[in-house]
Design a protein around this ligand. Structure first.
Ligand code: ATP
Length: 172
């Protein structure tokens, strides 16, 4: 059976990994690719950005490694950046959104620096990840989902289940 490839993107702390994990726990035939972890485990880190306090991913190497998985289908890519993934790979782009004050508390709880918190809150206010998704993929495959409490998370995954059922009906 053919499976779709999904990107789950959004500002750090918005809830990408929570969504990807819940979706894959309901659909174990999918593989969750948490790009930050995957890049570290697979030697795709090419440096460190001191200002941003984050690793720099070797995107070419990452894409080479992901290509066979994407061609097979059934990957859920979880990263705060979506534009590097070729359009032909991707069937759905989910942009997770979060209320600023809730996001702020989540980032404080993670012990992020004031700079890193401000940068991420600004990114959320300016809808950076939503625009990035809409500019790089057909708008019809981009969906914005809010993730402020567990009820919302559950409803979002129900929506993704429905989308998946429709996709499977239309593509198999
Ligand atoms: N809908 C939600 N309701 C309650 N808590 C949530 C929800 N979504 C995420 N969280 C919590 O917010 C924190 C950040 O979530 P998560 O790690 O899924 O975000 P992320 O976008 O993957 O972050 P990063 O990009 O840094 O990996 C976690 O503590 C998680 O439990």
């Amino acid at each position: 059976m053919k499976l779709p490839n999904i990107i789950i993107t959004g500002t750090p702390g918005s809830g990408k990994t929570s969504h990807a994990e819940e979706f894959v726990s309901r659909h174990p035939e999918f593989k969750h690719i948490n790009v930050s972890e995957y890049a570290k485990l697979n030697g795709c880190i090419e440096g460190y950005d001191k200002d941003r306090d984050s690793s720099i991913v070797d995107e070419d190497k990452l894409l080479d490694l992901l290509e066979p998985l994407a061609n097979k289908g059934g990957i859920v890519i979880d990263w705060h950046c979506c534009e590097i993934f070729p359009e032909r790979w991707i069937d759905l782009v989910v942009v997770i959104r979060c209320d600023n004050s809730i996001l702020y508390d989540r980032l404080v709880n993670r012990g992020y620096s004031e700079n890193k918190i401000s940068e991420n809150i600004e990114c959320e206010i300016m809808c950076v990840l939503l625009f990035e998704a809409q500019e790089n993929y057909n708008k019809q495959i981009v969906v914005e989902l809010h993730s402020e409490d567990l009820n919302m998370l559950d409803n979002n995954i129900d929506r993704l289940d429905q989308w998946l059922n429709n996709w499977l009906d239309n593509n198999n």
